[in-house]
Ligand binder design. Structure first.
Ligand code: HEM
Ligand SMILES: *[C@@H]1O[C@H](CO)[C@@H](O)[C@H](O)[C@H]1NC(C)=O
Ligand SMILES: *[C@@H]1O[C@H](CO)[C@@H](O)[C@H](O)[C@H]1NC(C)=O
Ligand SMILES: *[C@@H]1O[C@H](CO)[C@@H](O)[C@H](O)[C@H]1NC(C)=O
Ligand SMILES: *[C@@H]1O[C@H](CO)[C@@H](O)[C@H](O)[C@H]1NC(C)=O
Ligand SMILES: *[C@@H]1O[C@H](CO)[C@@H](O)[C@H](O)[C@H]1NC(C)=O
Length: 322
C-alpha cells in the first residue's frame, strides 16, 4: 500500500474507533425490544422489599461498585476465582439474589435482550425513586464484560481516604466535586458495619483512645454504645441516623451537625476551606437542588466506560459469561 492509500485507510480506522468509543447510551434503547423493562424491574424490586426493607440501598451500592471497577459492565456480578465481589474488603455488598430475580423475569419477557449492566443501572434508579428520591431517565445500551477485574477493586474509594484523594479518584472517572457531594448523599439511606467507622471512635489516626475530633461528641457516645470495643464489628448502623430508609436530604443536615457516620462523609463538611462545604450547605437547604444534582451525577457515573455495540455480550446468567 502506498503512503497515499494509507492515509484514508488510517483515517477510516480512526473514525471507526472514535465511533465505537463515542457510542451513546439511550433511554429508549429497549423501546422496541423490551418495552416493559422498567415496570418488570420495578415489580421485582417491590416484591423484594417485602422480604428485606433494606434492599433499595443495597441495590444502589452495587451499581457504584460495578462502575468504579473497569466501568459499568456488570463485572462485579461474576462468580469465580477472579471475582470482584468476594475480594477483601468487600464489606457487606448484598442484593445479588435480587439482581438474579430481575434477570430471570426479564429473560422470560424478552429473552437475550437486557444486559446485566443495564439491570444494575435501571434497578439503582428505581431503588432511589421507590425510596423517596428523584426519578430520571436512565441511559441504556450497556453490554456485559466477559472478564472480572479483581485487581481493580482498589479503584473503589475508601471511607478513610482524605477528601483530596476522594476528589482525585472521582475526577479520574470524570466526576467533579458537585458529583462527589451529590453521590455521597446516597448515604442518606442504608447502613454500615461498625467495622467501617470504629477507628473514629477508639483509635483515630492509629492513636489508641483517640476519637475523631470532627465527630459530634454526643453522637460519638451513641455510636460507642452501638459499637462497643470488642463487640460484633458486623453490627449494622444507620448511615442517616434520622431517616435511613428514606432517600432525602437529611444526610446533609447531619453533616452540618458533625453527625456523618463515615469519615469520608464528614470530611465533605469538616475539611477547612474545601469547596465541598458550600455544596453540602446548598444541598442541606434545598432538597430539590440535591435531587437534581444527584440525578445528573448518577447519569455521569453510569456512563463510565460502558461496553456498547458489539463489544462484550448480553449475559444469560449475570453470574457467569455465556
Ligand atoms: C465517596 C465515596 C464513597 C465511600 C468512601 C463509600 C463507602 C461506603 C462504606 C464504607 C459503606 C458501608 C459498607 C459496609 O459497612 O458494609 C457504604 C455504604 C453504602 N454506600 Fe457508599 N461510599 C461511597 C460512595 C457511594 C456511592 C457513589 C454510592 C452510590 C451511588 C454509594 C452507595 C452506598 C449505599 C447505598 C450504602 C448502604 C449499603 C447498604 O445499606 O447495604 N456509596 N459506602
Ligand atoms: C408490564 O409489567 C408489569 C409488571 O410486571 C405488568 O403489571 C404489566 O401488565 C406489563 N405490561 C405489559 C404490556 O406487558
Ligand atoms: C455463583 O456463586 C453463588 C454463591 O456461591 C452460587 O449460589 C451460584 O450458584 C453461583 N452461580 C454460578 C452461575 O456459578
Ligand atoms: C465477602 O467476603 C466475606 C469474607 O471473606 C465472605 O464471607 C462473603 O461471602 C463475601 N461476599 C460476597 C458477596 O461474596
Ligand atoms: C494505621 O496502622 C495500620 C497498620 O499499621 C496502617 O495500615 C494504616 O494505614 C494506619 N492508618 C492511619 C490512618 O495512619
Ligand atoms: C451536635 O449535635 C447536636 C444535635 O444535633 C447539635 O445540636 C449540636 O450543634 C452538634 N454539635 C456540633 C459541634 O455540631
Amino acid at each position: 500500500m502506498s503512503r497515499f492509500q494509507m492515509i484514508p485507510t488510517l483515517f477510516l480506522l480512526a473514525a471507526m474507533m472514535l465511533g465505537e468509543s463515542n457510542a451513546q447510551l439511550s433511554a429508549t434503547f429497549y423501546a422496541k425490544t423490551c418495552p416493559n423493562v422498567s415496570s418488570i424491574v420495578r415489580s421485582v424490586l417491590q416484591q423484594a422489599q417485602g422480604n428485606d426493607i433494606w434492599i433499595f440501598p443495597k441495590i444502589v451500592r452495587l451499581h457504584f461498585h460495578d462502575c468504579f471497577v473497569n466501568g459499568c459492565d456488570a463485572s462485579l456480578l461474576l462468580n469465580g476465582t477472579n471475582s470482584e465481589k468476594t475480594a477483601p474488603p468487600n464489606l457487606s455488598t448484598d442484593g445479588y439474589a435480587v439482581i438474579d430475580d430481575i434477570k430471570t423475569a426479564l429473560e422470560k419477557a424478552c429473552p437475550r435482550v437486557v444486559s446485566c449492566a443495564d439491570i444494575l443501572a435501571l434497578a439503582a434508579q428505581l431503588s432511589v425513586s421507590l425510596g423517596g428520591g428523584p426519578t430520571w431517565q436512565v441511559p441504556l445500551g450497556r453490554r456485559d464484560s466477559r472478564t472480572a477485574h479483581r485487581e481493580g477493586i482498589g479503584g473503589i474509594p475508601s471511607q478513610h481516604d482524605s477528601l483530596a484523594n476522594l476528589a482525585a479518584r472521582f475526577k479520574s472517572v470524570g466526576l467533579d466535586s458537585t458529583d462527589l457531594v451529590a453521590l455521597s448523599g446516597v448515604h442518606t439511606f442504608g447502613r454500615a458495619q461498625c467495622a467501617a467507622f470504629m477507628d473514629r471512635l477508639y483509635n483515630f489516626n492509629n492513636v489508641s483512645g483517640s476519637v475523631d475530633p470532627t465527630l459530634n461528641a454526643t453522637y460519638a457516645k451513641t455510636l460507642q454504645q452501638r459499637c462497643p470495643k470488642g463487640g460484633d464489628v458486623t453490627s449494622l448502623i444507620d448511615l442517616d441516623e434520622q431517616t435511613s430508609l428514606n432517600f432525602d436530604n437529611k444526610y446533609f443536615l447531619n453533616l452540618q451537625n458533625r453527625r456523618g457516620l463515615l469519615q469520608s462523609d464528614q470530611e465533605l463538611f469538616s475539611t477547612n476551606g474545601a469547596e465541598t462545604v458550600t455544596i453540602v450547605n446548598r444541598f442541606a437547604s434545598s432538597q430539590s437542588q440535591f435531587f437534581g444534582s444527584f440525578a445528573k451525577a448518577m447519569i455521569k457515573m453510569g456512563n463510565i466506560s460502558p461496553l456498547t455495540g458489539s463489544n462484550g455480550e448480553v449475559r444469560l446468567d449475570c453470574r457467569k459469561i455465556n
